[in-house]
Design a protein around this ligand. Structure first.
Ligand SMILES: Nc1ncnc2c1ncn2[C@@H]1O[C@H](COP(=O)(O)OP(=O)(O)OP(=O)(O)O)[C@@H](O)[C@H]1O
Length: 611
């Protein structure tokens, strides 16, 4: 696994206040997305927050009125408690309302968050699948994908924080108005006491983000080690090869480094945070003493004292929370940038499209001097390949491991573009067709086909998912690939869950899985069929039966077969032998046997092995 040098915290210092603010530009777009998810819930949440924002100052004011009324009634000879009780009832009502509002806020936030979560997960899945395969095999892209995917819960918290921030801002404004009315100087004291802790929070949240970001690929490696260390699929090898300590040590070494960097940061953040908060507490008590002094001098009433000290206390907490939330918001907004960066990755599907795809292939494919190197690699895997695949022809690719057979298929399918040279379909460069339509032309089974932990019926239907409900079609595809024999042994037939991840799941053998995967190829009448080593795990009897059926069914269909088994290969119309990224020879079985070159040598070797 290529290892970048992990970044130290110092790199985080480079991040500054400016980038914190810059990240906030993504917030409006974020809220537009939430608004689209559920407008009613969003409005309800905003309304509750508005009421919630006004309540604190109103409750404090009622408290002041109650105390002033008590003092007034004590000093009167003929007391009348009517007004006093009215205030108490109002205060009680406000407290109940306040509880109701805060519950409504967490309920609406939770629901909205869940809905948003679903929408973004769907967006990420869709986007991943629109992206070119060449990007999917790129490590940097994976880091981006990982950051976009892993921050889903962070984005939900961000929504609550931003809405809460708006609520705090309104609360703060009303409390400030009250304080300015009675004691304007206190506001200056308050602001001064908050600023240091705000700056401290911003600095550290930036460093925290930078550290987490610079460690994306290491965290991916940690996830991977966790996966191979505790997984049913790897358990056999890990146990037998005694790999536990190897995996554990590698995991521990890497995670220890991250832990240490994070620990240093967390300790600094907490200790400095404590010191700066102390400043806030000192200023609160200074203000408190000042207000008491004003009461003793008879300038303000006891009721006003409770209102002012309550307001000041609340305001200080609100401001502290406002600023610390601001840093949390700017921190999450940085992750938001990762998410938008990911979904904004441009998709290269527009290039030279609009040439209509022929309904049926007339002449076939032609490769003209195709060269290819994988992205970020200088090694040419294909070194000037030229050949024709006629319409209706069955061509087999043969060659040693790593010769470039699968790579050639990937180019034909437009997963990658040739570095030079061109691939033509009926004389037209394949890049000129709409990529999605073009790829629908093919029915392909790769050697590393995916074993979906779905039911067997769904596993077959993935070959043409629109036919999921068409059990007849699924059954006949299964018959052609011999998967019906597998189904007959399953307790729940076509509805049997496969794999061990979910309850009642059944694991299949390698060959059984291959029969299931092969059935996918029969789910649609594709123009071109490609089977990349589709029978490597099948026993000899099953292989010859499967191939007999394939040949019969694809009579007159254009198809490509990659196989290391020459009994299969010889059934093709022509055979192309690849060696080190070049076409060594091409022809019928008989022609190649006459050539007495690599094909004849390998064929004879294998034939001798079977004797
Ligand atoms: N995604 C990739 N990125 C970089 N190099 C790759 C990638 N996939 C394959 N290769 C390299 O390309 C070469 C050809 O691989 P390819 O899979 O085409 O061989 P193949 O002929 O199908 O081999 P096999 O018979 O073993 O399946 C190999 O050297 C391999 O390491």
């Amino acid at each position: 696994m290529p290892r970048r040098k992990p970044t130290s915290i110092k790199d985080g210092k480079k991040a500054n206040l400016k980038s914190s603010f810059n990240a906030l530009v993504y917030i409006p777009r974020f809220f537009k997305e939430i608004w689209r998810v559920n407008k009613k819930l969003f409005l309800l949440s905003a309304f509750c927050r508005l009421i919630g924002a006004l309540l604190p100052v109103v409750i404090l004011w009622i408290g002041k009125l109650i105390i002033d009324e008590i003092i007034l009634q004590i000093s009167l000879d003929n007391s009348d408690y009517h007004v006093l009780w009215t205030y108490v009832v109002i205060e009680f009502g406000l407290i109940v309302l306040s509880d109701l509002i805060s519950r409504a806020i967490s309920l609406t936030d939770g629901l909205l968050g869940d809905e948003y979560n679903i929408t973004t997960s769907v967006t990420i899945i869709k986007k991943t699948n629109q992206i070119n395969i060449s990007l999917l095999e790129d490590a940097e892209f994976y880091d981006k994908l990982e950051r976009a995917r892993s921050q889903t819960t962070g984005r939900v918290a961000l929504m609550s924080n931003v809405l809460g921030q708006a609520q705090s801002a309104i609360s703060i404004t009303t409390l400030v108005a009250g304080l300015i009315y009675f004691e304007p100087y206190l506001i200056i004291l308050l602001v001064l006491s908050i600023i240091p802790s705000f700056i401290n929070e911003i600095r550290f949240s930036q460093r925290q983000y930078s550290l987490a970001r610079s460690w994306t690929s290491e965290r991916r490696e940690l996830d991977y080690l966790r996966f191979i260390g505790a997984n049913d699929k790897t358990a056999k090898e890990i146990k037998l090869f005694g790999l536990t300590d190897f995996v554990v040590d590698r995991f521990k070494n890497l995670s220890e480094k991250y832990y240490q960097l994070n620990k240093t940061l967390a300790i600094k953040r907490s200790s400095l945070g404590f010191l700066f908060n102390l400043l806030g507490s000192i200023s609160y008590y200074a203000a408190y003493v000042f207000i008491i002094y004003r009461v003793l001098s008879g300038v303000i009433t006891i009721g006003e004292l409770t209102f002012l000290s309550g307001s000041f206390n609340r305001l200080m907490k609100n401001l502290q929370e406002f600023f610390s939330k601001f840093t949390r918001i700017s921190e999450s907004a940085l992750y938001l940038k990762d998410y938008f960066d990911f979904i904004d990755i441009s998709i290269d599907s527009k290039a030279e499209k609009d040439v209509p795809l022929p309904k049926h292939i007339q002449h076939g494919f032609e490769l003209k001097n195709v060269r290819f190197a994988y992205p970020n690699s200088e090694v040419d895997i294909l070194k000037g390949i030229s050949f024709k695949l006629q319409a209706g022809e069955k061509l087999a690719f043969v060659g040693q491991n790593g010769a470039g057979k699968t790579t050639l298929i990937k180019l034909l399918l437009r997963f990658y573009k040739p570095t030079s040279g061109e691939i033509l379909l009926d004389g037209i460069n394949i890049n000129r067709f709409n990529i999605a339509e073009y790829q629908k032309y093919f029915g392909v089974i790769f050697q590393d086909f995916f074993k979906y932990e779905f039911t067997i019926r769904e596993n077959i239907a993935v070959g043409n998912i629109e036919e999921l409900a068409n059990l007849d079609k699924i059954e006949s595809a299964a018959e052609l690939s011999l998967a019906n024999e597998v189904v007959s042994k399953l307790k729940q037939g076509y509805n049997q869950q496969l794999g061990k991840r979910f309850s009642d799941g059944m694991e299949l053998s390698g060959g059984q899985w291959q029969k299931v995967a092969l059935a996918r190829a029969y789910m649609k009448r594709a123009e071109v069929m490609i089977l990349d080593e589709p029978t490597s795990a099948l026993d000899a009897r099953a292989e010859s039966e499967v191939f007999g059926r394939f040949i019969g069914l694809t009579e007159g269909k254009t198809s490509i077969i990659i196989s290391h088994r020459f009994s299969t290969v010889r059934q093709a119309d022509r055979i192309l032998v690849l060696e080190n990224g070049k076409v060594l020879e091409i022809g019928t079985h008989e022609e190649l046997m006459e050539n007495q070159n690599l094909y004849a040598e390998l064929f004879t070797l294998q034939a001798e092995g079977y004797q």
